[in-house]
Design a protein around this ligand. Structure first.
Ligand SMILES: Cc1cc2nc3c(=O)[nH]c(=O)nc-3n(C[C@H](O)[C@H](O)[C@H](O)COP(=O)(O)O)c2cc1C
Length: 207
């Protein structure tokens, strides 16, 4: 199976989560798992002023995704930080280039899943993921979240991201909070679970 994890990250929180999603996906036999980032749109001087230029160096080795590669995937797990309760413009811009794939039904039947990050606890994790799902449904993806069999999404002992919609983390207003072990474990679960479902679908199609 070709499993693609495609993300945008400005300060590294989503990148850390993407790595955990990949770890989980790699636990599934026969999975080829690749990480990609979508192209940056913010001008360099603005990135520099906000400290993002330095933060983004930590994952500058991750290749930039091309729209054409989506057609090769069996599952795509998307990661986006929240921007005003929705996906970031970099991800939106990337998805807005899938018109040709849409017209050819090239993404129909692939497994799609989303994880996110916000600054604050109620800053729009669920709206970011569920509004992302709308686009995935238009493209024909089979949407997968994180079922309650992953008991860590029920954790009330600490502030934590993670919901039935998908994995998530909280960065804090100044970005100083890093993904917690609970959040990373949920992300690993999501990667493994999506890959297992993709595997079952691929096997079924071959029968
Ligand atoms: C323009 C802008 C809008 C944002 N909107 C929200 C928001 O609606 N709710 C929230 O909690 N955080 C918001 N944030 C904070 C980001 O979601 C946060 O920096 C991000 O999740 C950190 O992930 P990253 O390190 O991968 O970039 C916003 C940040 C920016 C720059």
């Amino acid at each position: 199976m070709n499993i693609q994890i495609i993300f945008y990250s400005m300060y590294g929180h989503i990148y850390r989560m993407a790595d955990a999603v990949a770890e989980g996906a790699r636990e599934v036999e026969d999975a080829t798992v690749s990480l990609y980032q979508v192209p940056e749109l913010v001008p360099k001087d603005i990135l520099e002023k906000s400290g993002a230029l330095k933060a983004r160096q930590a994952f500058s080795h991750v290749p930039v995704a091309t729209v054409g590669q989506l057609a090769d995937a069996d599952a795509i797990i998307f990661g986006t930080p929240t921007r005003f309760g929705m996906m970031c413009a970099q991800m939106r811009n990337f998805l807005d280039q899938t018109g040709e794939l849409w017209s050819k039904d090239a993404l129909v039947g692939k497994v799609g899943s989303v994880f996110t990050s916000t600054a604050t606890q109620h800053g729009g994790q669920e709206t970011t993921i569920t509004s992302f799902h709308t686009t995935l449904l238009h493209l024909g993806f089979i949407i997968v979240g994180v079922p309650y069999s992953e008991k860590r999404i029920l954790n009330m002992n600490e502030i934590t991201g993670g919901s039935p919609y998908g994995g998530s983390t909280l960065a804090g207003l100044d970005g100083s909070r890093q993904p917690s072990e609970n959040e990373l474990a949920i992300a690993r679960f999501q990667g493994k679970y999506v890959t297992e479902i993709a595997k079952a679908l691929v096997r079924g199609r071959k029968v």
